[in-house]
Write a protein that binds this ligand. Structure first.
Ligand code: SF4
Length: 376
């Protein structure tokens, strides 16, 4: 006998179709990594019929990329060369440093001025641009005309910590597209809802996340954590969901992610992302300093890949923030290829599969490591 169809007694959540594919590459050469990501994505097809291109890096302040705050120029070189090889001529790098910092100085310190001269492209300090006032969900903001009028906006953020929003990456980088007056207003409103609203008004066609050495917990840099990683996607929300996990947070802990997902009527689940790895991480030689160095005293690295070691440092930072470092009671966490085939107490990553307490993944995310540490 036919069973009655469960509807309407069973709740089925239907989300709109969003391409949540993220491409990841590991390495140290920013230009080569970005080029490989663009080739894999097939940018050539995506930009057919597009004429004006705006590249939006993160130049929060005049500091070099190796300090963990700003976008490596190699990524911009790769994108510009790709576009110019496709015959595209109207290319602008546009940015506005945070309130109180000079974007012009950040352009100089980071070598963007030389880059613009070399490729014959435009450099725009958004602080000097014209703005259009737009609103979303009751939040008004002044957005750069150049950003709004671009045929194709390429967002080039840095994945790093942030003292108020916990992480900053794809979605929050768009804050550099608004006037300083609107930035101040965003802070007055607590950042979370305004950032989500901004992402409903400005939608980059493509985002490449510079995750080579983002800062542990401050957007202005100073405590870089070598990660040797880069991600590309057309979906900023997906990139931030993954970025949160890589830094030890669930999406719900970064409210602007879940607010933006709700605005878009879609999921904010890590499990819904499709990850394509173009290669695997390689052994690094990172020796963290400052706060990261203090956390590293709880680790026992042996030929650890940078991305793997960075996940462990971020997990330890989260554990420290929660006041849980004491539970380690002097035990150190093994990490790295040198541990393959060996037994140990606590280990992180597939190379430490013989650990008494361990977490899989190659590399594992900081949130998975944190779960394991919290269950010790
Ligand atoms: S599990 Fe091993 S090979 Fe994989 S990222 Fe970690 S250290 Fe590298």
């Amino acid at each position: 006998m036919l069973q009655p169809f469960p509807f309407p007694y069973q709740t089925i959540t239907l989300y709109p179709m969003v391409d949540q594919t993220i491409r990841i590459i590991y390495g140290k050469d920013a230009k080569a990594m970005a080029k490989a990501l663009l080739d894999s994505y097939g940018l050539s097809d995506a930009i057919q019929g597009k004429e004006s291109f705006v590249l939006k890096p993160n130049l929060v302040n005049p500091t070099r990329p190796e300090n963990g705050a700003t976008t490596h120029t190699g990524i911009l070189e790769a994108v510009i060369e790709y576009l110019q090889a496709e015959g595209k001529k109207d290319i602008t790098i546009a940015e506005s440093s945070w309130v109180g910092a000079s974007t012009e100085e950040a352009f100089s310190v980071n070598g963007y001025r030389k880059l613009a001269d070399r490729y014959g492209i435009r450099l725009l300090d958004i602080k000097k641009d014209r703005f259009r006032t737009l609103s979303y969900d009751g939040i008004s903001m002044e957005i750069s005309e150049t950003i709004l009028s671009a045929d194709y906006l390429i967002n080039l953020p840095v994945l790093k910590g942030h003292c108020q929003t916990r992480i900053t990456s794809a979605m929050k980088n768009l804050k550099g597209c608004i006037s300083d007056r609107s930035k101040r207003e965003f802070h007055r409103l607590g950042l979370m809802k305004p950032i989500a609203a901004l992402n409903m008004l400005v939608k980059p066609s493509l985002t490449i996340v510079d995750s080579i050495c983002g800062d542990l917990d401050f957007e202005e840099g100073g405590t870089p954590v070598e990660t040797d990683r880069m991600m590309l996607s057309s979906d900023p929300i997906a990139l931030d969901i993954l970025g949160a996990s890589l830094m030890g947070y669930a999406p719900e802990e970064i409210p602007y992610i879940t607010i933006a997902a709700a605005y878009s009527g879609r999921s904010a689940r890590l499990e819904d992302l499709e990850i394509i790895e173009l290669n695997k991480p390689e052994k690094g030689s990172a020796r963290p300093k400052g706060t990261a160095g203090r956390l590293a005293t709880h680790t026992d690295p042996d030929e650890a890949c940078s991305a793997c070691y960075a996940s462990l440092i971020h997990a330890l930072k989260r554990l420290d923030d929660e006041g849980g470092l004491g539970k380690l009671k002097g035990r150190r966490i093994a990490v790295g290829q040198g541990w393959r085939g060996k037994s140990m107490d606590i280990g992180s990553g597939a190379c430490c599969q013989k650990a008494l307490h361990g977490v899989k993944g190659c590399p594992p995310s900081a949130s998975d490591i944190l779960d394991m540490l919290n269950n010790l």
